[in-house]
Design a protein. Structure first.
Length: 561
């Protein structure tokens, strides 16, 4: 029996009957033909797409796909960074009666090959990639590659040739129980699992998210987190079809600030790793001590906070959110002081990223992932696991009934793998991942997430991973911020020693860290230490730095490099 339960009944206002995203496209195509929908920067210039242009191009792509006479439900891959063509292609795959299989643009050759073969994709759309080596090395037999219209895209057929066809005239609408997409998880271990979502499961989440976010056609959003990931797909792409919001894309990492300022987003969603980057960017321009002093001065503080927000491109934003991984409370508190109130959200690929949120923002609930969305049931099982149930839950893992059976309880709840508690107000707090909890040499269990959040209160620390399986005491591996890397080693050592002592003073004896090990090289997707959604690959880091972890040291701060 569950120990806690929240929001068991669907709350009034939940849209239980959801229409297809294609029906929404046809509506905007007819009613708002000339209205702006998407902005795509290319070489410093911008391409804009109206609803009419979007629908017409999608109809051309759909017509070409249909010409291959693939059976209904054939899986079609999309590999590339976020672009207007990515969204158009997704819509076209729906129109043609096929199933989209998005692949992270950072995926390596082995992952791409596995997904294409597992999903049996005969055709792959290829878009912008930072590194084309992986896709150029693919040797899948009979695979047709269609390239989006960008430089250095390797493909068999270019976009112009592929879309040189009369647009599809009919406006098909699918049964909402048909499979719409298979999203392969970006897990840190083993082969990715194909999460199967129907039109109903994933779009139920997209449509109902509008209620919580209070989204309308007047809103502008940035699309820069991977569209291959569930959060961006639901809250940006699919939600835009239901609300009529406009989407602005990013040309490159170098143009990110420019593109955000050009968009002036009203809603801005990011992930903890990038929120930390934004914070470090501000502190590189104005030291924390000076910023804190200015913010404390009446009238001046408000002007300074506005200037910082404007510098980040948040001048028009009314709501900010973070998801994908736990964000340290200290980071939320820091941003709140400059008028950026980050609402944390929680969800998984398996439940359409539609679980809980802290919208509206509440300063007294910082550290919580919020309350269950309307229509979602959340409970805490006897072992502390958070379990969820709702229309947004997947139908299963593709070609893997065994894992599907394992992840669902007998009464239909999804086992999330997260541990947590629910307070008297219905707010959920994550206390760690079941699989991340480790046992020290003393046989004591340690949950690393809360300890990591405490360490991140030191602005010198940009990334951290607490580990300690079979060690006498836990240890912390960390990466310094760019500014901290320029500081004298003795200054950094003193600051980290103080942090170690302060954090340890709050912990039980078996949780106290023996030392911290400092690395100067960032953990990234490129060096395979982060997932494509910028989560730390804990087990990969533990293996890579095994010698440093198990080494014998007398110092409390060890320089791992």
């Amino acid at each position: 029996m569950p120990l806690d339960n929240t929001n068991q009944a669907a709350v009034a206002g939940v849209q239980n009957t959801i229409i297809s995203p294609l029906e929404m496209l046809y509506k905007w195509e007819k009613e708002n033909t000339e209205q702006h929908y998407m902005t795509q920067p290319v070489k410093g210039e911008t391409r804009t797409f109206t609803w009419g242009q979007t629908a017409e191009t999608a109809r051309r792509v759909a017509a070409k796909l249909k010409s291959y006479d693939y059976p209904k439900g054939t899986r079609i891959g999309i590999l590339g960074k976020n672009t207007a063509e990515w969204v158009i292609t997704d819509l076209a795959i729906m129109m043609a009666g096929y199933v989209s299989v998005p692949i992270f643009s950072t995926a390596g050759k082995d992952t791409i090959t596995y997904v294409l073969e597992h999903a049996e994709c005969p055709l792959l759309f290829v878009g912008k990639l930072d590194n084309t080596a992986a896709i150029n090395a693919i040797e899948t037999d009979d695979l047709i590659k269609v390239g989006f219209p960008y430089d250095d895209v390797s493909a068999d057929i270019d976009w112009g040739t592929f879309t040189d066809i009369e647009p599809m005239q009919e406006s098909p609408v699918h049964d909402m129980n048909d499979i719409m997409t298979i999203i392969y998880t970006s897990g840190s271990t083993g082969q990715p699992k194909g999460v199967v979502h129907t039109y109903n499961t994933i779009n139920w989440a997209a449509r109902n998210s509008l209620n919580a976010l209070e989204v309308s056609a007047k809103d502008r959003v940035m699309s820069y987190l991977p569209l291959a990931h569930i959060t961006e797909r639901v809250l940006i792409e699919l939600a835009s079809l239901y609300a009529g919001t406009s989407i602005h894309f990013v040309e490159s990492l170098e143009s990110f600030t420019r593109d955000v300022k050009d968009c002036q987003p009203t809603l801005f969603i990011s992930v903890p790793r990038l929120w930390t980057k934004f914070q470090m960017g501000v502190l590189s321009q104005i030291p924390q001590k000076k910023l804190s002093f200015l913010l404390s001065i009446p009238f001046v503080g408000k002007k300074v906070a506005k200037k910082v927000r404007d510098g980040l491109g948040f001048g028009s934003a009314r709501m900010w959110a973070s998801g994908s991984a736990p964000i340290p409370p200290a980071t939320i508190e820091w941003f709140s002081k400059i008028g950026v109130d980050i609402s944390e959200g929680w969800g998984m690929t398996e439940n359409s990223a539609y679980g809980t949120s802290t919208i509206p923002f509440r300063a007294d609930k910082i550290g919580s992932i919020g309350k269950a969305y309307d229509g979602v049931e959340v409970r805490i099982a006897e072992d502390g696991e958070i379990q969820v149930k709702g229309t947004c839950n997947m139908v299963g893992y593709y070609k893997d009934q065994e894992k599907t059976d394992e992840v669902f309880t007998s009464d239909g709840y999804l086992r999330t793998g997260d541990k947590g508690v629910i307070d008297d107000d219905g707010f959920v707090f994550i206390t760690g991942r079941l699989k991340d909890i480790f046992k020290t040499e003393k046989g004591k269990y340690v949950a690393p997430a809360p300890i990591e959040a405490s360490i991140m209160e030191n602005s010198m620390v940009e990334q951290v991973c607490v580990t300690g399986t079979s060690l006498p005491q836990p240890i912390a591996l960390l990466v310094l911020s760019a500014d901290a890397r320029t500081e004298a080693k003795d200054i950094v050592t003193e600051a980290l020693t103080n942090t170690l002592n302060e954090v340890n003073a709050q912990l039980e004896s078996h949780q106290r860290m023996d030392r911290v090990i400092v690395f100067t090289e960032e953990w990234s997707v490129e060096n395979e230490l982060l997932t494509p959604t910028l989560k730390v690959k804990r087990h990969v880091i533990e293996e890579k730095f095994k010698d440093a972890i198990t080494g014998k040291y007398s110092d409390k701060v060890v320089w791992g490099d």
